[in-house]
Design a protein around this ligand. Sequence first.
Ligand SMILES: Cc1ncc(COP(=O)(O)O)c(C=O)c1O
Length: 496
Amino acid sequence: MKAALISDFLLSRIERPEGRADTSRTSPLNVQVYRLTREAILSGVFEPGLRLPSSRDLAKELRVSRNTILYAYEQLFAEGYLETRAGSGTFVADTVPDQITPPQSKPTESFSTSHGLSGRGRKLVASPSESYSKWGAFRTGAPDVTEFPKKVWMRLQNKVWSRSDPELLTYAPRGGHMPLREEIAHYLQISRSVNCDAGQVIITSGTQQSIDLIMKLMGRGGDTVWLEDPAYWGSRSMLSTFDLDVVPVPVDEQGMQIQTQSDRPPRFIFVTPSHQYPLGTVMSLIRRRELLQYAARNQAWIVEDDYDSEFRYGTRPLASLQGLDEHGSVLYMGTFSKTMFPGLRIGFLVVPKALSEQFAMGLSELYRGGQVFNQAILTEFMRGGHFGSHVRRMRMLYSERLNVLHMAIGKHFGDYASIIDGEAGLHLTLGLPNHCNDRAISEQAKVEGIMCRPLSAYYANPDHGRRGLLLGYSCVPTEQIEPAFDRLARIIKRHW
Ligand SMILES: Cc1ncc(COP(=O)(O)O)c(C=O)c1O
């Protein structure tokens, strides 16, 4: 830039407080001159060696006081952006702009990195597992929300609105809306053989919050937690925010392999016995008994995540682990994310009777819950039989979609296809040969607009994890399943 243009450059960018309704939004003029000059140097607009006007001249041209310019220049000298050359004036320092680290911003950034996020926080956000896509082929775990009976929900919503009950619009009572707790207890007793009464049912905003509540109320620093390997990323993420020793425990075709020889028995054992996530194994009855006995002997708590038992397409689901327990050592978690819609954010915990009051109290103390209104509509939805008929209808639809996906896989891979989990739930897990890089396939599919989670990513050590792809079919319109899999198959074949 020509020296003569410097003042024009600054003049056109300075914001003056006069005439502004909100003067608090403009920085002082000395700070503005300093910042504009520094930015111009850093971006190379003011190149090294450029001679700046004297403070007196610049002040005149910018119509500011000389002190304003002196302040800005002094700051820039101190930070090394400007230098003087004996007898000849003020120049942009001879340092290449991008080698200059702006001393103002650098300390601020390193300050916020070192004092902002904790090590735990940094780890949590460093490798996020949440899906980038909430819908479409082959997003896992999402129900087909377009099929949700909205008209019924709207009718019930109007019915609830017409009640003049202030309780519905204020904070949630301890443990959640009692009529919903009653409905859930009733439903669980019948459909999942869970032993409970309404007082033991604690309404949460989903599985993540259920785990958070358990750990906040029961976890002690340094506790050992057994977590299935592979495991649901949501449980892993939540557990990683507590001071726990999380031990990955392998899963075989009977479920979690109980480490009876372990010299440090766990205080918590997290399992998905009805439908192992993501491998789909159903924990055998023998293994269930072993696990319950082991937990009772070692005073460990079993946390049973029963997230999608409503969707089994062949056999009926086994009763819950909680229902077999005779020692009150199971904390049972459920969710309406799959049966209703995830945005509803209603889940529940069933805790042993002895802990039910404390959990209800803890819930209110920690989260100050609300959403009683939605809880009341859900109560009506369940009471009126809509929940049951919606789940039955969805089960048929998902079963049909699963068949279409099975056929599409068969068409491309025939007998080579290894379907690890394809009998239940909302996704199918397609096994791949060990040499296949499932993460690379997933990345390439993403470019084509197809989402498929790599199985190896669910392991504590992904490099040693089994290779495969999780293919959600529940939220893919039936006619789109085959064409989407055709595109995915082309990518898989390149890696096969
Ligand atoms: C194993 C498992 N548990 C629980 C959930 C549900 O979590 P939330 O209730 O937070 O929606 C999911 C959802 O994908 C899951 O895969």
